[in-house]
Design a protein around this ligand. Structure first.
Ligand code: CUA
Length: 352
Protein backbone atom coordinates (compact mmCIF):
# COMPACT_ATOMS: atom_id res chain seq x y z
CA UNK A 1 0.00 0.00 0.00
CA UNK A 2 2.84 2.37 0.82
CA UNK A 3 4.39 1.63 -2.58
CA UNK A 4 1.22 2.55 -4.43
CA UNK A 5 1.08 5.73 -2.33
CA UNK A 6 4.63 6.63 -3.33
CA UNK A 7 3.87 5.94 -6.99
CA UNK A 8 0.78 8.16 -6.74
CA UNK A 9 2.80 10.92 -5.09
CA UNK A 10 5.50 10.78 -7.77
CA UNK A 11 2.86 10.79 -10.48
CA UNK A 12 1.34 13.85 -8.82
CA UNK A 13 4.68 15.64 -8.86
CA UNK A 14 5.27 14.75 -12.50
CA UNK A 15 1.82 16.07 -13.41
CA UNK A 16 2.41 19.22 -11.37
CA UNK A 17 5.61 19.88 -13.29
CA UNK A 18 3.91 19.41 -16.67
CA UNK A 19 2.60 22.54 -18.34
CA UNK A 20 -1.05 22.29 -17.29
CA UNK A 21 -3.69 23.64 -19.61
CA UNK A 22 -6.27 25.99 -18.14
CA UNK A 23 -8.43 27.45 -20.85
CA UNK A 24 -5.54 27.19 -23.28
CA UNK A 25 -3.00 28.79 -20.96
CA UNK A 26 -0.07 27.05 -19.34
CA UNK A 27 0.22 27.12 -15.58
CA UNK A 28 3.66 25.56 -15.35
CA UNK A 29 5.03 26.51 -11.94
CA UNK A 30 8.50 25.47 -13.06
CA UNK A 31 8.66 27.27 -16.42
CA UNK A 32 12.42 27.58 -16.90
CA UNK A 33 12.12 30.38 -19.44
CA UNK A 34 10.04 32.70 -17.24
CA UNK A 35 12.58 33.58 -14.53
CA UNK A 36 15.85 32.66 -12.84
CA UNK A 37 13.72 32.10 -9.73
CA UNK A 38 11.99 29.16 -11.44
CA UNK A 39 15.31 27.75 -12.66
CA UNK A 40 16.69 27.83 -9.12
CA UNK A 41 13.62 26.05 -7.69
CA UNK A 42 13.73 23.56 -10.55
CA UNK A 43 17.37 22.73 -9.84
CA UNK A 44 16.56 22.20 -6.18
CA UNK A 45 13.61 19.97 -7.01
CA UNK A 46 15.84 17.85 -9.28
CA UNK A 47 18.19 17.15 -6.34
CA UNK A 48 15.34 16.29 -3.99
CA UNK A 49 13.67 14.06 -6.60
CA UNK A 50 17.04 12.43 -7.36
CA UNK A 51 17.56 11.48 -3.71
CA UNK A 52 13.92 10.38 -3.43
CA UNK A 53 14.34 8.14 -6.47
CA UNK A 54 17.56 6.69 -5.02
CA UNK A 55 15.89 5.93 -1.68
CA UNK A 56 12.90 4.44 -3.50
CA UNK A 57 15.07 2.13 -5.64
CA UNK A 58 17.30 1.00 -2.72
CA UNK A 59 14.43 0.39 -0.28
CA UNK A 60 12.07 -1.36 -2.71
CA UNK A 61 15.02 -3.28 -4.20
CA UNK A 62 16.04 -4.55 -0.75
CA UNK A 63 12.43 -5.40 0.04
CA UNK A 64 11.97 -7.41 -3.16
CA UNK A 65 15.35 -9.12 -2.68
CA UNK A 66 14.69 -10.36 0.88
CA UNK A 67 11.11 -11.32 0.03
CA UNK A 68 12.29 -13.56 -2.81
CA UNK A 69 15.50 -14.84 -1.22
CA UNK A 70 14.05 -15.72 2.21
CA UNK A 71 10.62 -16.91 1.12
CA UNK A 72 9.26 -20.14 2.53
CA UNK A 73 10.07 -22.99 0.10
CA UNK A 74 7.86 -25.80 1.41
CA UNK A 75 10.36 -28.29 2.80
CA UNK A 76 11.07 -26.21 5.90
CA UNK A 77 9.33 -27.21 9.08
CA UNK A 78 11.17 -25.17 11.73
CA UNK A 79 11.51 -21.42 12.27
CA UNK A 80 14.41 -19.82 10.37
CA UNK A 81 17.42 -18.51 12.27
CA UNK A 82 16.47 -15.38 14.28
CA UNK A 83 18.92 -12.47 14.32
CA UNK A 84 18.90 -9.48 16.67
CA UNK A 85 20.80 -6.31 15.93
CA UNK A 86 23.45 -5.50 13.33
CA UNK A 87 25.68 -2.60 14.28
CA UNK A 88 27.10 -1.98 10.81
CA UNK A 89 23.68 -2.00 9.19
CA UNK A 90 22.16 0.25 11.83
CA UNK A 91 24.98 2.79 11.62
CA UNK A 92 24.64 2.76 7.81
CA UNK A 93 20.90 3.39 7.78
CA UNK A 94 21.28 6.19 10.26
CA UNK A 95 24.27 7.92 8.71
CA UNK A 96 23.18 7.75 5.04
CA UNK A 97 19.74 9.42 5.53
CA UNK A 98 21.36 12.04 7.82
CA UNK A 99 23.87 12.89 5.10
CA UNK A 100 21.08 13.09 2.49
CA UNK A 101 19.03 15.42 4.71
CA UNK A 102 22.07 17.62 5.40
CA UNK A 103 22.90 17.87 1.69
CA UNK A 104 19.29 18.84 0.88
CA UNK A 105 19.32 21.34 3.75
CA UNK A 106 22.56 22.88 2.49
CA UNK A 107 21.30 23.18 -1.09
CA UNK A 108 17.98 24.64 0.08
CA UNK A 109 19.64 27.20 2.35
CA UNK A 110 22.00 28.19 -0.48
CA UNK A 111 19.08 28.71 -2.87
CA UNK A 112 17.10 30.64 -0.26
CA UNK A 113 19.94 33.05 0.44
CA UNK A 114 20.57 33.48 -3.27
CA UNK A 115 16.91 34.25 -4.03
CA UNK A 116 16.52 36.54 -1.02
CA UNK A 117 19.49 38.73 -1.88
CA UNK A 118 18.18 42.17 -2.90
CA UNK A 119 19.29 43.46 -6.29
CA UNK A 120 20.48 47.08 -6.06
CA UNK A 121 18.30 49.35 -8.17
CA UNK A 122 15.38 46.92 -8.40
CA UNK A 123 12.01 48.56 -8.94
CA UNK A 124 9.97 48.38 -5.74
CA UNK A 125 6.31 47.37 -5.94
CA UNK A 126 4.20 47.14 -2.83
CA UNK A 127 1.77 44.23 -2.96
CA UNK A 128 -1.19 44.36 -0.61
CA UNK A 129 -3.62 41.48 -0.22
CA UNK A 130 -7.22 42.23 0.70
CA UNK A 131 -10.28 40.01 0.91
CA UNK A 132 -10.53 39.27 -2.08
CA UNK A 133 -8.36 41.37 -4.37
CA UNK A 134 -4.82 42.73 -4.79
CA UNK A 135 -3.44 46.23 -4.63
CA UNK A 136 -0.17 47.22 -6.31
CA UNK A 137 1.75 50.43 -5.65
CA UNK A 138 4.80 51.41 -7.69
CA UNK A 139 6.70 53.09 -4.90
CA UNK A 140 9.37 54.58 -7.18
CA UNK A 141 6.71 56.21 -9.35
CA UNK A 142 3.86 56.93 -6.92
CA UNK A 143 1.35 54.99 -9.02
CA UNK A 144 -1.33 52.71 -7.66
CA UNK A 145 -3.09 50.06 -9.71
CA UNK A 146 -5.34 47.28 -8.43
CA UNK A 147 -5.54 43.68 -9.60
CA UNK A 148 -3.25 44.16 -12.59
CA UNK A 149 0.47 44.50 -12.45
CA UNK A 150 2.41 45.88 -15.40
CA UNK A 151 6.14 45.05 -15.38
CA UNK A 152 9.03 45.69 -17.78
CA UNK A 153 10.80 42.63 -19.20
CA UNK A 154 14.38 42.04 -18.07
CA UNK A 155 14.26 44.39 -15.06
CA UNK A 156 14.45 43.18 -11.46
CA UNK A 157 11.35 43.89 -9.36
CA UNK A 158 11.30 43.73 -5.60
CA UNK A 159 7.87 43.03 -4.13
CA UNK A 160 7.10 44.28 -0.64
CA UNK A 161 4.28 41.96 0.28
CA UNK A 162 1.78 42.79 3.01
CA UNK A 163 -1.93 42.62 3.74
CA UNK A 164 -4.76 44.87 4.94
CA UNK A 165 -3.76 48.24 6.37
CA UNK A 166 -4.06 47.93 10.13
CA UNK A 167 -7.17 50.10 10.24
CA UNK A 168 -9.32 47.49 8.54
CA UNK A 169 -9.75 43.88 9.50
CA UNK A 170 -8.14 41.48 7.07
CA UNK A 171 -6.60 38.00 7.02
CA UNK A 172 -3.41 36.37 5.73
CA UNK A 173 -3.15 35.92 1.97
CA UNK A 174 -0.27 34.67 -0.14
CA UNK A 175 1.22 36.14 -3.29
CA UNK A 176 2.12 33.98 -6.24
CA UNK A 177 2.60 34.74 -9.93
CA UNK A 178 1.83 31.18 -10.95
CA UNK A 179 4.44 30.47 -13.62
CA UNK A 180 6.97 33.14 -12.61
CA UNK A 181 7.61 33.62 -8.91
CA UNK A 182 6.31 32.85 -5.45
CA UNK A 183 5.21 32.19 -2.90
CA UNK A 184 5.24 34.93 -0.25
CA UNK A 185 2.64 35.37 2.47
CA UNK A 186 0.76 38.68 2.63
CA UNK A 187 0.36 39.23 6.36
CA UNK A 188 -1.42 42.29 7.80
CA UNK A 189 1.12 44.39 9.72
CA UNK A 190 4.15 42.52 8.36
CA UNK A 191 6.19 43.21 5.21
CA UNK A 192 7.89 40.30 3.48
CA UNK A 193 9.99 40.47 0.33
CA UNK A 194 10.37 38.52 -2.85
CA UNK A 195 12.19 39.43 -6.00
CA UNK A 196 12.05 38.42 -9.65
CA UNK A 197 13.27 39.50 -13.07
CA UNK A 198 10.59 38.64 -15.65
CA UNK A 199 12.21 37.21 -18.77
CA UNK A 200 9.31 36.67 -21.18
CA UNK A 201 6.82 39.24 -22.48
CA UNK A 202 3.21 38.17 -21.95
CA UNK A 203 0.28 37.83 -19.56
CA UNK A 204 0.86 35.81 -16.40
CA UNK A 205 -1.65 34.50 -13.91
CA UNK A 206 -1.52 35.51 -10.26
CA UNK A 207 -3.38 33.75 -7.51
CA UNK A 208 -3.81 33.96 -3.76
CA UNK A 209 -2.41 30.69 -2.40
CA UNK A 210 -3.41 30.94 1.26
CA UNK A 211 -6.93 29.86 2.19
CA UNK A 212 -8.49 33.19 3.18
CA UNK A 213 -12.27 32.88 3.02
CA UNK A 214 -15.23 32.41 0.73
CA UNK A 215 -13.52 33.78 -2.38
CA UNK A 216 -9.97 32.55 -1.83
CA UNK A 217 -10.15 30.75 -5.18
CA UNK A 218 -11.47 33.95 -6.79
CA UNK A 219 -8.66 36.16 -5.50
CA UNK A 220 -6.63 36.43 -8.66
CA UNK A 221 -4.69 39.03 -10.60
CA UNK A 222 -2.89 39.42 -13.91
CA UNK A 223 0.69 40.36 -14.58
CA UNK A 224 1.49 42.02 -17.89
CA UNK A 225 5.15 41.77 -18.77
CA UNK A 226 5.83 44.30 -21.52
CA UNK A 227 8.83 45.81 -23.30
CA UNK A 228 10.73 48.56 -21.49
CA UNK A 229 9.46 51.06 -24.05
CA UNK A 230 5.82 50.09 -23.48
CA UNK A 231 6.35 50.10 -19.72
CA UNK A 232 7.81 53.62 -19.88
CA UNK A 233 4.80 54.76 -21.89
CA UNK A 234 2.51 53.27 -19.24
CA UNK A 235 4.38 54.93 -16.36
CA UNK A 236 4.61 58.32 -18.09
CA UNK A 237 0.96 58.16 -19.10
CA UNK A 238 -0.12 57.11 -15.61
CA UNK A 239 1.93 59.87 -13.94
CA UNK A 240 0.56 62.55 -16.24
CA UNK A 241 -2.99 61.21 -16.10
CA UNK A 242 -5.74 63.76 -15.66
CA UNK A 243 -9.39 62.78 -15.66
CA UNK A 244 -11.08 64.91 -18.32
CA UNK A 245 -14.61 66.23 -17.75
CA UNK A 246 -16.79 64.12 -20.07
CA UNK A 247 -18.94 65.70 -22.80
CA UNK A 248 -20.58 62.55 -24.19
CA UNK A 249 -24.07 62.30 -22.58
CA UNK A 250 -23.58 58.64 -21.54
CA UNK A 251 -20.29 59.50 -19.84
CA UNK A 252 -21.83 62.56 -18.16
CA UNK A 253 -24.57 60.32 -16.78
CA UNK A 254 -21.91 57.78 -15.80
CA UNK A 255 -19.90 60.39 -13.94
CA UNK A 256 -22.92 61.63 -12.01
CA UNK A 257 -23.82 58.08 -10.99
CA UNK A 258 -20.20 57.26 -10.17
CA UNK A 259 -20.03 60.23 -7.81
CA UNK A 260 -23.28 59.18 -6.12
CA UNK A 261 -22.70 55.43 -5.88
CA UNK A 262 -18.98 54.61 -6.14
CA UNK A 263 -16.90 57.64 -5.13
CA UNK A 264 -17.18 57.20 -1.35
CA UNK A 265 -15.34 53.86 -1.52
CA UNK A 266 -13.22 53.85 -4.70
CA UNK A 267 -10.28 56.03 -5.66
CA UNK A 268 -10.21 57.50 -9.18
CA UNK A 269 -7.45 60.01 -9.75
CA UNK A 270 -8.84 63.53 -10.13
CA UNK A 271 -12.40 62.40 -9.36
CA UNK A 272 -12.57 60.62 -6.02
CA UNK A 273 -10.24 59.72 -3.20
CA UNK A 274 -12.11 56.69 -1.92
CA UNK A 275 -10.61 54.48 0.75
CA UNK A 276 -7.38 52.48 0.58
CA UNK A 277 -9.30 49.35 1.53
CA UNK A 278 -11.03 49.31 -1.87
CA UNK A 279 -9.65 48.84 -5.40
CA UNK A 280 -8.35 51.89 -7.27
CA UNK A 281 -10.29 52.44 -10.50
CA UNK A 282 -8.05 55.07 -12.12
CA UNK A 283 -6.78 52.94 -15.02
CA UNK A 284 -9.84 50.75 -15.34
CA UNK A 285 -9.92 51.16 -19.13
CA UNK A 286 -6.49 49.49 -19.35
CA UNK A 287 -7.57 46.44 -17.34
CA UNK A 288 -8.15 43.14 -19.05
CA UNK A 289 -10.16 41.61 -16.21
CA UNK A 290 -13.03 42.35 -13.81
CA UNK A 291 -13.57 41.13 -10.24
CA UNK A 292 -9.85 40.57 -9.36
CA UNK A 293 -8.80 38.54 -12.37
CA UNK A 294 -12.06 36.62 -12.63
CA UNK A 295 -13.73 37.68 -15.89
CA UNK A 296 -12.65 39.42 -19.11
CA UNK A 297 -13.15 43.17 -18.92
CA UNK A 298 -16.09 43.23 -21.32
CA UNK A 299 -19.50 44.90 -20.88
CA UNK A 300 -21.25 41.53 -20.48
CA UNK A 301 -19.22 40.92 -17.30
CA UNK A 302 -18.56 44.46 -16.11
CA UNK A 303 -22.21 45.57 -16.15
CA UNK A 304 -23.63 42.72 -14.04
CA UNK A 305 -20.59 43.10 -11.77
CA UNK A 306 -21.44 46.74 -11.05
CA UNK A 307 -25.06 45.87 -10.37
CA UNK A 308 -24.63 42.73 -8.31
CA UNK A 309 -21.05 41.73 -7.51
CA UNK A 310 -22.03 39.64 -4.43
CA UNK A 311 -24.15 37.56 -6.80
CA UNK A 312 -21.06 36.84 -8.91
CA UNK A 313 -18.39 36.37 -6.26
CA UNK A 314 -19.09 35.21 -2.70
CA UNK A 315 -17.79 37.40 0.12
CA UNK A 316 -17.11 40.60 -1.86
CA UNK A 317 -17.46 43.71 0.27
CA UNK A 318 -19.02 45.82 -2.46
CA UNK A 319 -22.79 45.82 -1.96
CA UNK A 320 -25.28 45.05 -4.72
CA UNK A 321 -26.79 48.07 -6.47
CA UNK A 322 -30.06 46.50 -7.55
CA UNK A 323 -31.68 49.95 -7.69
CA UNK A 324 -29.61 50.85 -10.77
CA UNK A 325 -31.36 50.53 -14.14
CA UNK A 326 -29.66 48.80 -17.08
CA UNK A 327 -29.03 52.24 -18.58
CA UNK A 328 -27.41 53.42 -15.32
CA UNK A 329 -25.11 50.41 -15.21
CA UNK A 330 -24.11 50.84 -18.86
CA UNK A 331 -23.32 54.51 -18.21
CA UNK A 332 -21.13 53.70 -15.17
CA UNK A 333 -19.34 50.93 -17.11
CA UNK A 334 -18.66 53.26 -20.05
CA UNK A 335 -17.45 55.96 -17.66
CA UNK A 336 -15.03 53.57 -15.92
CA UNK A 337 -13.72 52.34 -19.28
CA UNK A 338 -13.00 55.92 -20.33
CA UNK A 339 -10.33 56.18 -17.63
CA UNK A 340 -7.10 54.83 -19.07
CA UNK A 341 -3.68 55.58 -20.45
CA UNK A 342 -4.27 55.89 -24.19
CA UNK A 343 -2.48 53.80 -26.78
CA UNK A 344 -1.91 50.70 -24.64
CA UNK A 345 -3.66 47.40 -25.28
CA UNK A 346 -2.56 44.71 -22.84
CA UNK A 347 -5.20 42.25 -24.07
CA UNK A 348 -2.99 41.44 -27.08
CA UNK A 349 -0.22 39.90 -24.97
CA UNK A 350 0.43 36.18 -25.22
CA UNK A 351 -0.79 34.22 -22.19
CA UNK A 352 1.29 31.97 -19.99
CU1 CUA B 1 -6.49 35.59 -0.26
CU2 CUA B 1 -6.63 33.25 -0.48
Amino acid sequence: RSISLIVLLMLGLVLAAEPGQAGGHTLNILDRDASAFNREVRGLLAWVMGFAALVFVVVTGALVYVTVKFRRTGQETSEPEQTHGNDRLEVAWTVIPTVIVLVIFGLTAQSMFKLDRPTPGAMVVEVRGWQFWWDFTYKDHGIRNSNELILPVGKPVRFEVTGGDGANYDVIHSFRITSMVGTRDAIPGVVTHIEVTPEKIGTYYGQCVELCGASHANMRFRVKVVSQEEFDRWIEGAKAYQAAAPSDPTLVRGETLYKQQCAACHALKGVSQGLPSNPDLTFFGNRTTVGAGMWPNKPEYLEPWIKNSPGMKPGVKMPAFLNLSDGDVKAIAAYLMSHKVDGLDFSKLEKF
